[in-house]
Design a protein around this ligand. Structure first.
Ligand code: NDP
Length: 482
């Protein structure tokens, strides 16, 4: 069988696949061997910086179909009944580096990119409906505490508890993390949540607040702490492998798309601040409404090009959907595109995986790695027929906000506190087995040799605030006296 000849990156036929040019068989190599120089230089540049968070992951392509009419809530084209929209979903762990184990205890990233008719819509969510903090000014400190120390580059559970116990708003999310949902069986068996509150507005300009829930049709399945540890050693890439293999054999995973809708006016005096990312909206207040389903049915053909370089950003919003006063969302609207400009380059949106499938007629152009051709005119406004803004498509997005410029915590609503919803999880949702596993997971985590005696006391106090029985179980396990 004849195979085609190999080339360098510019298409020149390669003179050899394994021999560099030298002065005689034993002599030094030559600088003129540009084939060798290109091979070594390109190899040195094979990596882009890994993501600071959510570095280890995997993903696949698929399609969402909307089966219900929600046009009374949003005019967004991807949410109209009967609409099918192609998508990319990337799963990840948060704290570990690129080669870290998939089964580590951590939230799972659940980042969606929908290729809509009005540009890309990204929902950069997690497998939990909440988060550890509610103000973005704490984000880098939080992540530093979960990653590695400066002196020895080791993970440090004492540092993690130090941050969590001094930031009690973390208790709800740490509760999720310490149940067996913190160690899912694989990515196919996790729910996804948009987590933030977003704005929806319809064709009449009526506004609603919305939360997204993506329920796994495979059912939730988790590992115990022991099973997760064993899998870390046995196959650090187990979750990446599981998703890839399922799709290769035609066993396409799917998720049911649900939303909670809050009338715009309810937000002002709802019993919880509806923009606080550490809180859910209890289903009894705002029931989940099923609106469609999505399925993953295609693996990437090049992992680096399509997953490593995939750039998700909550600022990818489309007409019919807006942001909200959620402070964490506001911070992420800046930080995601900013990190992509640094990590991949200013023209990351021109890469095929990030490029919208709808036309791009932007007046931004040039910069490193420009791939598309800018056409004249290159400025707006102009009198020569260049594209003009689609103001009417954003009608309905506007709302009034007034207030002093201050640095302050959120204004508390009637039932806002740091522990109540975590307590509801413990009291009303978790089974006896879930509770027992949660206690032993916490005890296991806080028993690491670096966790000091004083820190263990703080840990017990933190969990006692969630529920006295939980605190007592943790105290017993850690050997902390009352
Ligand atoms: P509900 O009883 O209506 O809902 C509880 C929800 O908890 C379930 O629908 C399920 O949501 C989720 N759940 C079930 N088992 C577990 C588990 N082992 N670990 C974590 N979550 C689980 O009660 P409320 O809506 O009034 O909420 C009560 C508490 O439930 C909240 O304080 C929160 O901690 C938790 N919760 C609430 C969610 C919400 O959006 N309201 C979502 C998830 C948890 P799902 O199908 O999404 O897994």
């Amino acid at each position: 069988m004849s195979v085609p000849y190999s080339t360098d990156d510019a298409g020149h036929p390669a003179p050899s696949d394994g021999l560099s040019q030298s002065v005689g068989p034993n002599g030094p190599l030559l600088l003129q061997d540009h084939f060798l120089i290109q091979k070594m230089a390109h190899f040195n540049r094979e990596r882009v910086p890994e993501r600071v968070v959510h570095a280890k992951g995997g993903g696949a392509f698929g399609e969402m179909e909307i089966t219900e009419d929600v046009s009374q809530f949003t005019k967004a084209d991807l949410f109209q009944k009967g609409k099918k929209t192609p998508l990319l979903l990337r799963f990840s762990t948060v704290a570990g580096e690129l080669g870290s184990a998939d089964s580590a205890r951590d939230p799972r990233g659940f980042a969606l990119k929908f290729y809509t008719e009005h540009g890309n819509y990204d929902l950069v969510g997690n497998n939990t409906p909440i988060f550890f903090i509610r103000d973005p000014s704490k984000f880098s400190d939080f992540i530093h505490s979960q990653k590695r120390r400066a002196d020895n580059q080791l993970r440090d559970n004492n540092m993690q508890w130090d941050f969590w116990t001094q930031n009690p708003e973390s208790a709800h999310q740490v509760s999720f993390l310490m149940t067996d949902r913190g160690t899912p069986k694989n990515w196919r068996h996790v729910n996804g949540y948009g987590s933030h509150t977003f704005l929806w507005y319809n064709a009449n300009g009526e506004k609603f607040w919305v939360k997204y829930h993506f329920k796994t049709d495979q059912g939730i399945e988790n590992l115990t702490a022991g099973e997760a540890k064993a899998l870390e050693a046995e196959d650090p890439d187990a979750h990446r492998r599981d998703l890839w293999q399922a799709i290769e054999r035609g066993d396409f995973p799917s998720w049911t798309v649900k939303v909670q809708i809050m009338p715009f006016e309810d937000a002002a005096d709802y019993r919880f601040n509806p923009f606080d990312l550490t809180k859910v909206w209890p289903h009894g207040d705002y029931p989940e409404i099923t609106i469609g389903k999505f399925t993953l049915n295609r693996n990437p053909s090049n992992y680096f090009a399509e997953i490593e370089q995939a750039a998700f950003e909550p600022s990818n919003l489309v007409p019919g959907i807006g942001s909200s006063p959620d402070k964490m969302l506001q911070g992420r609207l800046f930080s995601y595109p900013d990190t992509h400009r640094y990590r991949i380059g200013p023209n990351y949106l021109q890469l095929p995986v990030n490029q919208p499938k709808s036309p791009v007629r932007s007046y931004n152009f040039d910069g490193p790695m420009t791939y598309t051709n800018q056409v004249d005119p290159v400025y707006a406004p102009n009198t020569v027929g260049g594209p003009t803004a689609a103001e009417a498509m954003y009608e309905g997005e506007q709302y009034e906000v007034t207030g002093e410029i201050i640095r302050s915590a959120y204004k508390l609503h009637k039932e806002d506190d740091d522990f109540g919803q975590a307590r509801a999880l413990w009291e009303n949702v978790l089974s006896e087995t879930d509770r027992a596993n949660m206690v032993s997971n916490i005890v296991g985590h806080a028993s690491a040799p670096e966790v000091t005696g004083d820190m263990k006391k703080r840990v017990v106090e933190y969990w006692t605030n969630v529920h006295p029985d939980l605190g007592a179980g943790v105290a017993k396990g850690l050997g902390v006296q009352g």
